[in-house]
Ligand binder design. Structure first.
Ligand SMILES: Nc1nc2c(ncn2[C@@H]2O[C@H](COP(=O)(O)OP(=O)(O)OP(=O)(O)O)[C@@H](O)[C@H]2O)c(=O)[nH]1
Ligand SMILES: [Mg+2]
Length: 406
């Protein structure tokens, strides 16, 4: 047999085998196929019959507002100087609904120094600590190894798409995907809440979400989920599949990939957590597994040769490297980033004195992927394995592996 052909068949077999193990790890009935896991990965076993958010935030996390007990947590805001008005609006609400009771510190980040006006106006909005950080050059700007001719051709082609022609938007997405958590001002903290300019918080948040995350062993929390725009993800799913196939030992058992992929691993439904709202544990991104994942994706150039967003990349990171029950839908937190919002239904609506219309909540919109998150916790799971799985995986992996963006 031709040597090259033999090599392809061998590679296809290896990729299919690895994908098979990854899928098998998601399914309880194949738990004996799991490779040995390091001790910190061993989950407190629980059989889920419904999504964790159906159980309301326990009262003890409400009572903590009246104590001095706080988590190691920070509010992170990436912004430009010209975002000042939108930042003032977001922080004013954030303080009124939540942080005046808790006093969590803020860190603002920017690739250029914040103006005195920005610092003064923002600092006046809170009694909590506020720090302003400069992003290191190498964490922000387009790397030298990116082929600028190819990148600019892509930008030209993607001109009509939102931010399709923007370099700074791509820098931002790459920074949020792989660098923000390395900033020295964020180093001391274990958890963060990402806030953006011009967002709204609809309800009083009287419990401590960070202590909830810590106490309930959560790693990533979202409020809105829907499919990513097709034209900005070229090459991303093949790259993710390739990574999975090459690194089956890095994938967390009982992960959430069933929310995103079909059972054969052929396609990604483009569902992602909308990352303009995030409450998460820094150690998810600082883990060796995620860092390797980010470096692998970054090396494919997709931030610049397509327009990969940080939202799908964080989504894959959470889905691969956290257990499904460590990903939390914060039903209690009413939130709007134009133009989608989450408005809690009763009884949470009354308890939070929410200023929103529940009929406009995105959860019930046909585009919402919340049903796919919910399905992770149904007794049958979102999907299972069948006898054709490994053959299909082999076909899927061989037809997709090695595809590069744009
Ligand atoms: N320092 C800095 N921050 C940026 C830049 N571009 C975007 N950001 C921030 O990054 C976050 C995401 O950017 P947005 O412009 O809100 O992107 P988006 O949420 O995808 O889109 P819209 O909100 O609909 O415009 C926000 O916190 C912005 O303030 C930039 O070039 N420099
Ligand atoms: Mg935004």
């Amino acid at each position: 047999m031709h040597r090259k052909r033999r090599m392809y068949i061998f590679m296809a077999f290896a990729v299919a085998l690895a994908l098979y193990y990854f899928l098998a790890m998601r399914h309880k009935s194949t738990s004996q196929a799991r490779p040995p896991q390091p001790p910190h990965r061993v989950p407190p076993q629980k059989n889920w019959h419904e999504p964790p958010y159906k159980t309301r935030v326990p009262e003890k996390y409400y009572l903590m507002a009246n104590t001095s007990q706080r988590a190691s947590a920070v509010i992170v805001i990436l912004a430009r100087n010209r975002d000042l008005r939108g930042v003032v609006s977001s922080i004013t609400q954030f303080e009124a609904k939540f942080n005046h009771k808790f006093g969590y510190p803020y860190v603002f980040l920017n690739e250029v120094p914040f103006t005195e006006e920005f610092k003064k106006e923002v600092s006046a909005l809170t009694t909590a600590s506020v720090k302003f950080g400069l992003i290191p050059h190498e964490h922000w700007f387009q790397p030298d190894w990116i082929d600028e001719a190819r990148a600019s051709a892509v930008r030209h082609r993607m001109g009509p798409i939102l931010y399709g022609d923007s370099v700074s938007y791509r820098n931002m997405c790459r920074f949020q995907s792989g660098f923000f958590f390395r900033h020295e001002l964020l180093e001391p903290f274990k958890y963060y809440w990402r806030v953006e300019p011009d967002v709204q918080f609809y309800c009083d948040i009287d419990f401590d979400p960070f202590l909830f995350m810590e106490g309930e062993d959560k790693k990533y929390a979202f409020t809105i989920t829907f499919p990513e725009f097709k034209r900005v993800i070229k090459g991303l799913w093949p790259a993710v599949k390739y990574f999975i196939a090459a690194n089956p030992d890095l994938i967390t058992p009982d992960n959430a990939m069933g929310m995103l992929a079909d059972r054969t691993g052929t396609y990604w439904n483009r569902c992602h957590f909308w990352s303009n709202f995030e409450i998460a544990a820094f150690d998810l991104w600082r883990s060796d597994a995620y860092l390797k994942f980010f470096e692998f994706l970054d090396a494919r150039g997709g931030f610049y040769y397509s327009r990969w967003g940080d939202a799908p990349i964080h989504t894959f990171g959470a889905a691969l490297f956290a257990r499904k029950d460590q990903i939390h839908f914060f039903n209690e937190i009413g939130y709007l980033h134009p133009f989608f919002g989450h408005c809690p239904a009763e009884p949470l609506h009354s308890r939070g004195r929410c200023e929103c219309n529940v009929t406009e909540s995105f959860d019930t919109h046909p585009w919402s992927c919340l049903d796919k998150y919910d399905a992770l916790f149904s007794p049958d799971g979102p999907w299972g394995l069948n006898s054709n799985t490994s053959q299909r995986l082999e076909r899927a992996a061989t037809s997709q592996a090695g595809v590069s963006p744009a």
